[in-house]
Design a protein around this ligand. Structure first.
Ligand code: SAM
Ligand code: SF4
Length: 330
C-alpha cells in the first residue's frame, strides 16, 4: 500500500472531509455576519464522489480515521446516508464529526445507527446571551439539546471545543468547564487561529493557552495528564486530580506540526495537506474526467509530499490562507 508521507517523516492517516462550506451559525471568529459566497452546487462533490475518495483513502493510502466537518456538516442533505456508506466502505475506521450540534437532537440516533462513533461539538459559552453574541444566533437551547442527544445516542465521549475571545467569553472558561464536567463531556479550549474570513485575527489580542490555564487554575487544580499526546493536538490536564480532564489545543503558541497526521479534503474536492497550506490539489477534475483510483491515489501522494514543516504563524512573512476555516473544513 502507498502511504501519505511527507519529506519530514510524517504519515497522514487522519482524513478530514468537509461536506459543505455552508453554515447556519455565524461565529465571529469564523465568518462575517452576512455569511460568505457559498460554493455553487455543481462544484460540491456529490455523495458518490465523496464515498469514492474516502474509499481510495482507506483502501489505497492508509487512512485510519475519518472526521466529517464543514461549514456545518448537519446542513448537508443525505448526511446519514453518507455516514452509512462510509461505514460500509471502511468498517474499521474511527468515524467522527465536528459540528455545531444545531439539529443534532433530531439526527443523533440515526447517525449513531449509521456507524458514526463520536462527535466534537463547538460550544463557546453556556450563557444564552454570550452564545448569541458570538454565534450571532440565539440558538443555545437547540445546541444543548443536540449535545444531550449525542450522548444519549452513544456518540461518546462528546468532546466540546471552545474558542475564547477577549472581552466576550474569556472570563467564562471556568464555568464552561464546570458545566462540561457536570454533564460528563470532555472540554478542550482551542486557541483562536488566523483563519477567519474577515482577517480580523490579531496575535496580540488572541487568548493564549497560558492565559486559559491561568483562568482555569483560579478555580481548579490542573496537573498534566500522564497519557502520551501522540498526534493528538490537545494537551490534556487532570482536573482536581482526575479522572476528568480538560484539554488545551495551543495551535498558535505551542504548535504540534511535527506530529501532524492530518490531510483535508474540501467540499469542492481539493486536497490540503495543512490547514495553513497556500497550495491545494484538485482531485475533482480528474475524478470527473475518468481518472482511475490508482491515478487519483498517486496525485494524492504527490500532494502530501509537499507538506511544509510547520504553519509559520509567528514568521513575519506568514500569509493567511485564501480560504477561511469554514471553507477548508476545520
Ligand atoms: N461548524 C462545525 C463546528 O463549528 O464545529 C464544524 C466546522 S468549524 C470550522 C470546526 C471548528 O473550527 C470549530 O470547533 C470552531 O470552533 C473552530 N474554528 C473556527 N474558526 C476558528 C478560528 N479562527 N480559530 C480557531 N478555531 C476555529
Ligand atoms: Fe459555522 Fe462552525 Fe464556523 Fe461557527 S465555527 S460559523 S458553526 S462553521
Amino acid at each position: 500500500m502507498r502511504v501519505l508521507a511527507d519529506r519530514f517523516g510524517r504519515v497522514a492517516t487522519d482524513l478530514r472531509v468537509s461536506l459543505t462550506d455552508r453554515c447556519n451559525l455565524r461565529c465571529s471568529y469564523c465568518m462575517p455576519a452576512e455569511g460568505l459566497d457559498w460554493l455553487p452546487g455543481e462544484e460540491v462533490l456529490t455523495d458518490d464522489e465523496v464515498i469514492r475518495l474516502i474509499t481510495i483513502g482507506v483502501d489505497l493510502l492508509g487512512v485510519r480515521e475519518i472526521r466529517f466537518t464543514g461549514g456545518e456538516p448537519l446542513v448537508r442533505c443525505g448526511l446519514v446516508d453518507i455516514v452509512r456508506r462510509t461505514r460500509l466502505a471502511a468498517p474499521d475506521v474511527e468515524l467522527s464529526m465536528t459540528t455545531n450540534a444545531l439539529g443534532l437532537a433530531r439526527t443523533a440516533a440515526a447517525l449513531a445507527d449509521a456507524g458514526l462513533n463520536r462527535v466534537n461539538v463547538s460550544l463557546d459559552s453556556i450563557r444564552p446571551e454570550t452564545f448569541a453574541e458570538i454565534t450571532r444566533r440565539d440558538r443555545l437551547p437547540d445546541v444543548l439539546a443536540g449535545i444531550a442527544a449525542a450522548r444519549d445516542a452513544g456518540l461518546r465521549p462528546v468532546k466540546l471545543n471552545a474558542v475564547l475571545m477577549r472581552g466576550l467569553n474569556d472570563k467564562q472558561a471556568p464555568e464552561l468547564l464546570r458545566w462540561a464536567l457536570s454533564e460528563g463531556h470532555q472540554l478542550r479550549f482551542i486557541e483562536q487561529m488566523p483563519l477567519d474570513a474577515q482577517h480580523r485575527w490579531s496575535r496580540t489580542e488572541m487568548v493564549e493557552a497560558d492565559e486559559i490555564l491561568e483562568r482555569l487554575e483560579e478555580e481548579f487544580t490542573l496537573t498534566p495528564a500522564a497519557e502520551p499526546r501522540g498526534s493528538a493536538p490537545a494537551e490534556l490536564f487532570l482536573v482536581d486530580g482526575g479522572p476528568a480532564t480538560v484539554g488545551v489545543i495551543a495551535s498558535v503558541t505551542r504548535p504540534f506540526c511535527g506530529d501532524c497526521d492530518r490531510v483535508r479534503l474540501t467540499a469542492d474536492g481539493t486536497l490540503r495537506n495543512c490547514l495553513f497550506a497556500r497550495e491545494e490539489s484538485d482531485l475533482r477534475t480528474p475524478l470527473r474526467n475518468g481518472a482511475t483510483d490508482d491515478e487519483i491515489a498517486d496525485r494524492w501522494v504527490v500532494a502530501m509530499s509537499g507538506k511544509r514543516a510547520g504553519h509559520g504563524i509567528d514568521d513575519p512573512k506568514f500569509l493567511q490562507p485564501d480560504r477561511p476555516m469554514s471553507a477548508i473544513g476545520g
